[in-house]
Design a protein around this ligand. Structure first.
Ligand code: GUN
Length: 295
C-alpha cells in the first residue's frame, strides 16, 4: 500500500503556481486576488476559509476575507457579490458553504459571475464541465484529479465508483472520471442513498471515491483488493482526548482498508489539502483569463 500524500502533492502544485505568480509580477502585473465570503461562525467553515486565505499568502496571491453576520440578509449578501463581480481587482470569488437556512444557496451560487466562479459551482461552469469544455472545475474533485496526476495513477478503462452525488463533489467527480481526458476515461458508477446492494458495487471498484460525509462508512469487506481509495470525508467527531475536543474522520475505516488498497488517501493530510490546490489553480486561471485588464 502507498499513501497518496496530499501534503506532498499540494506542495508541488503550489510551487508551480508560485513560480507563475512571480513571472507575472516580474512583468509588472499585479498579483492574483481571491475574495472569500464567510457568513456566520461555523467552526469547520472558519477553519477552511482561514486555510484558503493562508495558502493564498504562501504563494503570493492577494486575498480578501469578508465576514458577514449569521443574520445577514440574502439581499445584503448578493450586494457584496455584485460589488466583487464589478471589481476589476478581484479575480476569484468564493462564498463558503453551507449558508444559514434563510439564504438560498442556489441564488448565491448563480450571483457569482461565471468568469470569477473559482469554486466552479455556477450552472454555466457545471454545464461546461458536463460537455468536456474548458471551465472552472469544483475544487475538491479537481484536487482529486491533481492527486491522481501527481502519483501517475492510470484511470483509463478502470471502473471508478463514486459514493455521493453532491454538486460539490460526487457528481462533478463522476463526470471528470468519465470524460475523455488524461485523468478520465473510466467506466463510472455513481452511488447514492438509494443504491441497492452497495457493497456488491464498491467491491468492483478499481478506484473508489467516498464523498458521503459518514465517518468510517467504507469497511474492508466493501473494497476490492489493490483498489485505489480516495477519501473525501472530513467529519468532526467528539474526541475528549484531543485538545480541540474533536477528531477529524474520513468516510473510510482507514486502519482496516489501507492494508487491502494499492493507494489510499489519509484523513487529514489527503484530499483536504488538494481542494486548496484546486482552488488556487482556478484562481490563477481566472487571473490569467482576466489579464487583459490586469495592470
Ligand atoms: N463547503 C464545503 N466545500 C466547499 C467548497 O469547496 N467551496 C465552498 N465555497 N464551500 C464549501
Amino acid at each position: 500500500m502507498q499513501m497518496l500524500d496530499g501534503k506532498l502533492a499540494s506542495a508541488a502544485v503550489k510551487k508551480q503556481l508560485q513560480e507563475k505568480v512571480l513571472a507575472h509580477i516580474s512583468q509588472g502585473k499585479r498579483a492574483p486576488h481571491l475574495a472569500a465570503i464567510l457568513v456566520g461562525s461555523n467552526g469547520a467553515s472558519e477553519t477552511y476559509v482561514a486555510s484558503k486565505v493562508k495558502n493564498c499568502e504562501e504563494i503570493g496571491f492577494e486575498s480578501t476575507l469578508i465576514r458577514l453576520d449569521e443574520k445577514v440578509t440574502e439581499v445584503e449578501l448578493l450586494a457584496h457579490i455584485e460589488q466583487l463581480n464589478n471589481n476589476e481587482g478581484i479575480d476569484g470569488i468564493l462564498v463558503q458553504l453551507p449558508l444559514p437556512k434563510h439564504i438560498k444557496e442556489q441564488a448565491v451560487i448563480e450571483a457569482i459571475h461565471p468568469s470569477k466562479d473559482v469554486d466552479g459551482f455556477h450552472p454555466i461552469n457545471a454545464g461546461k464541465l458536463m460537455q468536456g469544455m474548458d471551465c472552472f472545475i469544483p475544487a475538491t474533485p479537481y484536487g482529486v484529479v491533481l492527486l491522481l496526476q501527481h502519483y501517475g495513477i492510470e484511470t483509463k478503462g478502470k471502473h471508478a465508483v463514486v459514493l455521493g452525488r453532491s454538486n460539490i463533489v460526487g457528481r462533478p467527480m463522476s463526470i471528470l472520471l468519465s470524460n475523455a481526458s488524461a485523468t478520465g476515461n473510466c467506466t463510472v458508477t455513481l452511488c447514492h442513498r438509494n443504491t441497492e446492494n452497495l457493497a456488491s458495487i464498491t467491491q468492483q471498484a478499481d478506484i473508489l471515491v467516498a464523498a458521503i460525509g459518514i465517518p468510517e462508512f467504507v469497511t474492508a469487506d466493501m473494497v476490492k483488493p489493490d483498489a485505489v481509495i480516495i477519501d473525501v470525508g472530513i467529519t468532526r467527531v467528539v474526541d475528549t482526548t484531543k485538545k480541540s475536543g474533536f477528531a477529524i474522520k474520513g468516510d473510510v475505516k482507514f486502519n482496516e482498508v489501507a492494508p487491502k488498497a494499492s493507494f489510499i488517501t489519509p484523513v487529514p493530510g489527503g484530499v483536504g489539502l488538494m481542494t486548496i490546490a484546486g482552488l488556487l489553480t482556478n484562481t490563477l486561471k481566472a487571473y490569467e483569463q482576466n489579464s487583459v485588464t490586469v495592470g
